[in-house]
Ligand binder design. Sequence first.
Ligand SMILES: [Ca+2]
Length: 304
Amino acid sequence: MNSPHLGSQEPSALTATAWLLVAGLAACADGERMDPAVVEPSAPGKEAAASDSQEAAEEASEDVPPAKPAEPRLYTYDVVARYPHDRGAYTQGLLWLDGKLYESTGQRGESSLRIVDLETGEVQKKRDIDRRLFGEGLAAVNGLFYMLTWKAGQALLFDINTLRPLSYGYSYPGEGWGLTTCDEGLVMSDGTSQIRFLDPKGMKPIRSIQVSDRGRPIDQLNELEWIRGEIWANLWKSNLIARIDPATGKVNAWVDMTGLLGTERVNYPEEDVLNGIAWDEEGERLFLTGKRWPYLYQVELREK
Ligand SMILES: [Ca+2]
């Protein structure tokens, strides 16, 4: 996603982010105290152990609170390398394929599919799309690039080698935000807490999951990447990346990318946000950038 220049801000995004930061950090501290693997027995438990009475033990066990849902792990990052990135690129999709970096960009009249030189940030090849369309997420499967559009409900197709557009595309209901692939096919976000799994042929739905953290739905899921059996999604207008279990939709871990851009200025701070995750599986390199960011980063994660 999205939002034209200086577009209105959706309050739900900030609400979600604020909740995540507070709940996530609180959960971390709480987890250190309450981890059942390390916590000392509670006072009622000790009383029960001291008593030979089974009845007393049962009474005490009733006082033990039920197990809390598993809390997501929290990660921060180290910058491994920093590369130039086109400040004109309103990044919507980012992926690494066979030694090359590919990027899709948004905004009407500025949307394109690009091959980008990692080291220099130079755009080596660019295909502009229909000026009426607002480009979104990008994925590669079966020799084709699939590029979503925001509100037009159309996925555009391109030849992977030439970037030539195909004469046909596919349609889908709802908005198009992020896109990636897994063994099942395409994986798509649409701004809600839902993630869809789609058959690349016709983009027919296979199944969907609702993304949640301890029972709370997580929406604003934007750019996607499939990494080592998890769906990674950066949350729109936040510095957070959710690492999602593709079977259940539960957030396994949060990655806090706060400060990645440092003091570098962007033109539109409200919209030039983190958006773009690419994984080089062979080289085990993780790349991140944002909309109109001057840099693209290679980072490594470490647990907080
Ligand atoms: Ca991606």
